[in-house]
Write a protein that binds this ligand. Structure first.
Ligand code: PLP
Ligand code: ZN
Length: 395
């Protein structure tokens, strides 16, 4: 049974009936899912979660799938929250944590969103799923489509890491390589699939991926024993994670898990592709497209995002900041995470530490605050980037 009360447009507020597949609102904006949180609160109690399964479906009441038999589970979510003692000490931070999303199926946190989106599509009778992907979303879609026996078509930039192409092909998906960025992939996908009955699972163009992604915030609060951290540092591309977590904090307050206080949200982008940073700095409510995006952090190579206004709103409401770091600093930080904490993360994960260092030196974060870095994927998906680092240890 699902506790979804309705879906709602994030811009115009128009409401939609639950239990259907949707893309955008007719006004062109993303939809999000609303629940009967009063009913959810009766059973979804923080202090009674321990016996539940160690994956994101432990928050079943605030996920949209109706029937248990529709759930496609590969063990996604409930990833470790690691206390970073040595790194924290170096930086003068007593309460620094790493949320290690490498532990997800397909090695990245994209599994969270796609687990929920593909389960919903499967439940609602969709047979063919298509996605433009900078890499990890494609792999995750392909894995859950394989589990469900559905068809998947993945449109990827030619420059996508080999691991992403290989995983999609092994999962039996159709892979189309497109010159350019994820934006070009989306255009080619829409041209190619115009007449066919393919369902578009692009970031925020369907409402259920964000529901999977929001569970990151539920986990952080649960793993901190009900405390809300002071700061969340998150590598931001399309923004589902940032927007989803911001929604989750609102839900957790309604569930009685937390009070009014929220973490400050920090969005990290690459200097070679930073549309949200630019819009944040100039006070814009939307972000202009970033021309010729360039970064080796493929997950951050997103020149324009349909959820830009939602990201900017969350950053401002939380009194956070959007900041950009260089590819060089990401890799230096990646190496430092490996050397001090024993974790091999992706360049996007490295970006969070590079950003943290800037925030600390600018005096924006203090020593006792609880700070979470989101390490969004495993470094092993980026061996072509990491190999040169390993052979030149002095960087
Ligand atoms: C997709 C991706 C991101 C960006 O995530 P969004 O929630 O879409 O902003 C960050 N890191 C990695 C490794 C990714 O694959
Ligand atoms: Zn609308």
């Amino acid at each position: 049974m699902s506790l979804v009360s309705h879906l709602e447009c994030t811009r115009c507020g128009k409401q939609f009936a639950p239990g259907k597949v949707y893309n955008l609102c007719p006004c062109g904006s993303p939809l999000w899912v609303r629940y009967d949180l009063r009913q959810a609160a009766a059973t979804l109690r923080l202090e009674e979660l321990a016996p539940r399964p160690p994956n994101l479906w432990r928050y079943r009441e605030v996920l949209p799938v109706a029937k248990d038999s529709s759930i496609l589970c590969l063990g996604e979510g409930f990833t470790p929250l690691l206390r970073a003692h040595r790194l924290g000490k170096k930086l003068g931070l007593e309460n620094l944590y790493l949320k290690d999303e490498a532990a997800n199926p397909t090695g990245s946190f994209k599994a969270r969103g796609l687990a929920v989106a593909v389960s919903m599509a499967y439940e609602l009778g969709v047979r063919r799923l298509a996605i433009p992907s900078a890499g990890n979303a494609g792999g995750a879609l392909a894995a859950y489509a394989a589990k469900a026996g559905l068809e998947a078509a993945i449109f990827m930039p030619e420059a996508t890491p080999a691991a992403n192409r290989v995983e999609c092909l092994l999962f039996g998906a159709e892979v189309v390589l497109v010159p350019g960025s994820i934006k070009d992939c989306a255009r080619v996908m829409r041209e190619r699939l115009k007449d066919a009955d393919w369902f578009d699972v692009s970031t925020l163009r369907e409402p259920y991926r964000i529901e999977g992604k929001k569970t990151m915030a539920y986990e952080v609060v649960e793993q901190l024993g009900g405390r809300v951290p002071e700061a969340i540092i998150y590598p931001t591309g399309g923004g589902t994670g940032l927007i989803g977590m911001w929604k989750a904090f609102e839900e957790m307050e309604a569930l009685g898990w937390i009070g009014k206080r929220r973490p400050r949200m920090f969005a990290v982008q690459a200097q070679g592709c930073a549309p949200i940073v630019r819009a944040f700095a100039t006070g814009g409510e939307a972000a202009e497209e970033w021309l010729s995006p360039e970064t080796l952090a493929s997950g951050l190579r997103v020149p324009s995002a349909i959820g830009d206004f939602l990201m900017l709103r969350a950053l401002r409401e939380s009194r956070g900041v959007a900041l950009a770091v260089s590819d060089h600093d990401m890799l230096t930080a990646l190496r430092e995470l490996a050397e001090t904490e024993g974790v091999i993360t992706s360049p996007e994960g490295g970006a969070t530490l590079a950003a943290l260092k800037k925030l600390v030196s600018d005096g924006l974060l203090a020593g006792h605050e609880t700070i979470i870095l989101f390490l969004t994927a495993s470094g092993f998906k980026y061996l072509e980037v990491l190999e040169p680092l390993a052979s030149h240890p002095e960087g």
